[in-house]
Design a protein around this ligand. Structure first.
Ligand code: GDP
Length: 445
């Protein structure tokens, strides 16, 4: 899902890459393209309008950052705004202080509620809860049986209507289900409700009646991410008819454009809490707006990297370094040392490597980065004269032995350092040409 949206946004942003300064026209062209991509992906018009207006405004007012290049700044803004329309920060499920917690599932028929009940049940069980699924969908033939199968697959108990606990009356089934949970010490009850193919008053009333009977901590509105523009109408109808506290996007594994689903959080002001990504009981995950935005921007976790870089680098120092690297080669061993120290500040290099898309060769070099190495490099560089640090070319054989003795390492290690310095110089220069900040290799892969 979102593959084409993702391609187009990435493309719109990549046209900014490598530019030293962005004109208003550059920014407008990229934002225009992103706007068309969102509309083509079925994202609702008011959401698109709000999004593009905010991005434009922020881009125009963006402070000149010395750490991020202009294209990176725009990516950062687009990412933050995309995260915002997807509902922002992920909220945890609410639990009852006393008695069983109740979650009510609402949504159209076929949205994926019954499947979700099983997924949620399994997930809750894994979190240490003892859930009970309640089959209050008495509309659809086989819905009760389906929930029983789903419950079996998830290893979760199911409360189904039987003579005495409300055959034919979903409100009664829900009520007795919660009572049973209380008696039998289940701590969470997931109530599956009936849906219709279209929104109708009777279904809405039934869901509202169940809600009033069981007083749920959360009402989760399940919506098929593939339903297109109808998503907004449907979401609004449910918001009005039953109300809901969380959204679950189902069928995110499909290849529909999915943009309508992206509008729901923004239109209703209710966050997306979970994503359903397949028919199997394990195809289920917490929804993180920021990660989804990263996925749509197709950047691995390059955003995390940008943030880490911003935190770790002293802006002045970084600007100085960038000028040196991009400039005419007065990148010295001292600079090399400072840079290695900054890399150490960036935290575990290995972790960073995983976040960088398409960094094959550099990844390999950095894969061997040993943080203790920084100490050795420091010792070696400190044993050099200022002139040697500035002009490593003059370091001949006898100077190498002297430096090795002074720093307590072998001549081979000094040679190794000088080789790596030359490599780094070449590498950093080619990166600088690509427009990346120092230590943040490359543009965006
Ligand atoms: P309900 O009517 O809302 O209870 O919907 P169901 O749970 O019965 O789901 C309707 C259909 O969608 C079933 O065939 C499910 O297997 C399928 N389904 C549910 N969730 C997903 C999902 O995340 N991905 C895919 N591919 N199919 C799903």
């Amino acid at each position: 899902m979102f593959a084409s949206l993702s391609d187009r946004i990435t493309q719109a942003l990549s046209s900014l890459r490598g530019k030293g300064r962005l004109s208003d026209a550059d920014i407008a062209a990229s934002i225009g393209e992103i706007r068309r991509a969102l509309l083509d992906a079925d994202v609702a018009l008011p959401v698109v309008r709000d999004f593009t207006a905010t991005v434009r405004e922020r881009a125009e007012q963006a402070e000149l950052s010395k750490v991020l290049n202009p294209a990176q700044q725009i990516v950062k803004i687009v990412h933050e705004e995309l995260t915002r329309i997807l509902g922002g920060h992920t909220r945890d499920l609410r639990f009852a202080k006393r008695g069983p917690t109740v979650y009510l599932l609402a949504g159209l028929q076929g949205a994926g509620k019954t499947t979700l009940a099983g997924k949620l049940g399994k997930w809750l069980r894994e979190q240490g809860h003892t859930p009970l699924l309640v089959a209050a969908d008495l509309q659809r033939p086989n819905a009760v049986q389906q929930l029983q199968i789903v419950g079996d697959g998830a290893g979760v108990a199911v409360w189904a209507p039987e003579p005495g606990n409300g055959v034919g009356n979903p409100v009664e089934v829900a009520r007795t289900g919660v009572q049973h949970a209380r008696d039998a010490f289940y701590d969470v009850v997931v109530v599956d409700t009936a849906g219709r193919l279209g929104v109708d008053a009777e279904m809405m009333q039934q869901a509202a009646d169940i809600r009033d009977a069981v007083d749920p901590q959360e009402i989760l509105f399940v919506i098929d991410a593939m339903i297109g523009q109808d998503a907004v109408t449907t979401a609004n109808a449910f918001a009005e008819g039953v109300g809901f506290t969380g959204v679950v996007l189902s069928k995110l594994d499909g290849d529909a454009r999915g943009g309508a689903a992206l509008s729901v959080a923004s239109i209703t002001g209710v966050p997306v809490m979970f994503a359903s990504t397949g028919e199997k009981v394990g195809d289920f995950e917490r929804f993180h707006a920021d990660r989804m935005a990263s996925r749509i921007l197709d950047m691995g976790d390059v955003m995390t990297l940008i943030e880490q870089a911003e935190r770790a680098f002293d802006e002045e120092q970084a600007a100085e370094m960038a000028a040196k690297i991009a400039g005419d080669g007065d990148f010295t061993l001292e600079d090399f040392l400072v840079q290695m120290q900054q890399m150490r500040q960036l935290g575990s290099m290995k972790k960073m490597l995983g976040m960088l898309p398409g960094m094959g060769q550099i990844r390999e070099q950095l894969e061997n980065f040993d943080e203790r190495e920084v100490d050795r490099v420091e010792a070696i560089v400190r044993s050099m004269t200022p002139e040697e640090r500035r002009t490593p070319k003059i370091i001949n054989g006898s100077r190498r032995s002297r430096i090795a003795r002074g720093s307590g390492v072998t001549v081979t290690e000094v040679n190794g350092l000088l080789d790596r310095f030359e490599q780094a110089k070449t590498m950093m220069r080619s990166m600088a040409r690509g427009g990346g900040a120092p230590g943040v290799p490359g543009g965006f892969g």
